[in-house]
Design a protein around this ligand. Structure first.
Ligand code: FEO
Ligand code: CA
Ligand code: CA
Ligand code: CA
Length: 619
């Protein structure tokens, strides 16, 4: 689509009011259905979910995991009513997981067998679900036992590809093979131009502990130094001969060599992971060339035949950076539908250059290459500090520090406008941006409670680029309301972000702040940025003259975060995820807009949004 062709596209719904109930809200003329909640069985190896019974580890290994997050719909035979959903499971809803324990909590570590079983259950509640879904008689259903259905969990074996070598991954288990077990804290997602899914490992460092033998990369990324987030390492002392499935969470140096312990286990985590949903026999591939940090998401830039493929990824932590990867191989449209998708993935994602962003004054910016020959801010070569590209990758953020990258207000999802090629990225918030720390050009607000969305356009040389801030989150009434938002579109903490194929930008929020929280639960808004041009055709940001173009489309139930966006190819079905709801969904029916009348078992879930007249979402 060109900007001119796109000029006729309009958002055809009225912006909805905020809401604070145990139900989903959508505009008039739309319906919302619960699909594939936590615990739904993917095959007969799992018991049918029962809110009154504790799941077993085996059930969970064969059922939807917890805390649905990033997601994508992969059509089968180009269908818009039949396809595969890939869904990330970020972390645990501990209260829901143990609702049927007498204590309501994980068994004590002294209850040996129970603690080991519960740890396995928790590991299996993480990862990714691949699930066939189909529209039948006006409702979307999980196709149980479909050959595509499978789970990637915290125990699944993955291949590790790119610069990080087998030697750097050597553990008691790998014995020098380029493999890693498990994927953790899968938050945002991406897809590739060749039809695979990308799942992003975000807050994984807290899943591993090292009390000895720590290196600078471990310290910079924040590997735990006391105990892990869920205490999985404590199961190791209890599990007899199978203990290395838990010992690996403790990377302290205990053996004579790396063959004898798990000092290198952490090197297998922190990556963009590629999955081929169409081939149920394929293994997941951890693509190390795209850097190792707390990856929020991963989105590819506008494709040009004969030019490199570019991927963008934010490091979601306070004062962390924005990255891009530029493939060594040039794009060929013949690769859009390859016979071996993962081989194609390797050809574009294993060799290339990783860059980090430096945002400068007046909308100027630069990509700084994370390679041995780069000169750092002190005038030294990166090769003076790092022995190899692999070592740069293992400490991506440390190398980016040396180059003088710009510390951001928690970079979350990126999205690329299919009409203009402009890249958008959410900066969710940063309340530690105090007067002492100060602001910078791209993060101009102190105590940034409400977040903003930055955007940029690349230049021909791939190194210089220009940026501006598209919108600032804020309550309606605030000195902070730079974008002049109203009650009908005030928001805070933008997080999930995606363009659909038509050029509609969908913005999701996580943890609203201040007056926004008292007005509404987390939400999803829509806007068509390519339509916001002035008389000279120049792109506008959101301001007092055009702010009504940003419309609230969806509000989630109490306690939740709204995250994950997927569309059917014909744009008549939209999928979003409700993560960590407080008291939802209603077990009596699959209507996501129906509030339970009493206290129910809370389950993260996908929500399917359809227009009652079968029309295109948003129009
Ligand atoms: Fe898992 Fe940065 O949100
Ligand atoms: Ca997120
Ligand atoms: Ca977030
Ligand atoms: Ca979350």
């Amino acid at each position: 689509q060109t900007p001119e062709e796109n000029a006729s596209l309009k958002l055809g719904f009225e912006s909805i009011a905020g809401s604070k109930t145990d139900a989903v809200v959508v505009p008039q003329g739309y319906s919302a259905q619960v699909l594939a909640p936590w615990g739904e069985a993917l095959n007969d190896n799992a018991s049918v979910f029962d809110a009154n019974n504790q799941m077993s580890a085996l059930d969970q290994e064969n059922a939807m995991g917890q805390n649905h997050d990033g997601m994508h719909f992969f059509p089968l035979n180009d269908s818009s009513t039949d396809g595969i959903l890939c869904i990330n499971h970020e972390y645990l809803n501990v209260d829901a997981l143990y609702a049927n324990q007498t204590t309501g909590e994980k068994p004590l570590v002294t209850e040996i067998a129970e603690y080991v079983d519960a740890t396995r259950l928790e590991i299996n509640a993480h990862g990714v679900s691949v699930v066939r879904v189909k529209l039948m008689d006006g409702k979307w259903n999980v196709v149980k036992n479909d050959e595509h259905n499978r789970r990637f969990t915290g125990l699944t074996e993955f291949d590790v590809t790119g610069p990080v070598t087998a030697e750097l991954l050597r553990t008691k288990f790998s014995q020098g093979q380029a493999i890693a077990r498990g994927t953790f804290n899968n938050c945002g997602n991406g897809t590739t131009p060749w039809g695979t899914y990308l799942t992003c490992e975000e807050n994984w460092p807290g899943y591993f502990v090292k009390t000895s033998g720590r290196n600078t990369a471990d310290d910079r990324i924040g590997i735990a130094n006391d105990e892990t987030r869920y205490g999985w390492e404590f199961a190791a002392g209890l599990a007899g001969e199978l203990q290395d499935e838990f010992t690996r969470f403790d990377g302290s140096t205990i053996g004579a060599t790396a063959n004898d312990d798990y000092r290198n286990e952490v090197n297998g985590h922190g990556y963009i992971v590629e999955i081929d949903p169409y081939n149920p026999n394929s293994r997941g591939q951890k693509r190390t060339a795209l850097g190792r940090f707390r990856h929020e998401g991963c989105t590819f830039g506008k494709l040009t035949e004969g030019k490199p493929v570019v991927f963008y990824s934010g490091h979601d932590s306070r004062f962390e950076y924005v990255y891009k990867f530029v493939s060594a191989k040039n794009w060929s449209a013949a690769d859009a539908d390859p016979t071996d998708r993962l081989a194609t993935g390797a050809s574009y994602m294993d060799e290339g250059t990783l860059y980090v962003a430096q945002f400068n004054i007046n909308g100027h910016a630069k990509w700084l290459a994370l390679e041995l020959a780069s000169i750092d801010k002190n005038g030294n070569l990166l090769s003076d500090s790092f022995a190899s590209l692999a070592k740069i990758i293992l400490n991506t953020a440390g190398a980016a520090d040396l180059l003088g990258a710009t510390p951001m207000d928690r970079p979350e999802w990126g999205a690329v406008d299919p009409v203009t090629g402009t890249v958008y990225m959410t900066m969710t918030n940063n309340t530690r941006r105090t007067l002492d720390v100060g602001t910078n050009y791209a993060n101009p607000r102190l105590d940034n409670k409400f977040g903003h969305i930055i955007r940029w356009d690349e230049s021909e040389n791939q190194v210089d680029f220009s940026w501006d801030i598209f919108v600032f989150g804020s309550p309606e009434t605030s000195d902070y309301n730079i974008s002049d938002l109203s009650a009908l579109n005030q928001f805070a903490s933008p997080d999930g972000l995606a363009f659909d194929a038509r050029g509609i930008l969908w913005v999701q929020t996580d943890n609203s702040a201040g007056e926004v929280t008292s007005y509404t639960n987390d939400q999803m808004l829509a806007v068509i940025p390519s339509a916001l041009v002035d008389e000279d055709g120049k792109m506008q940001n959101i301001n007092a003259d055009n702010q009504t173009n940003l419309k609230r489309f969806f509000v989630g139930p109490n306690g939740c975060e709204v995250t994950g966006i997927a569309m059917s190819p014909d744009n008549t079905t939209m999928f979003v995820n409700i993560q960590h709801p407080g008291n939802w969904p209603n077990p009596e029916n699959t209507d996501a807009t129906s509030a339970p009348g009493n206290t129910v078992l809370a389950r993260s879930s996908t929500v399917v949004i359809r227009k009652d007249d079968g029309g295109k979402i948003g129009e």
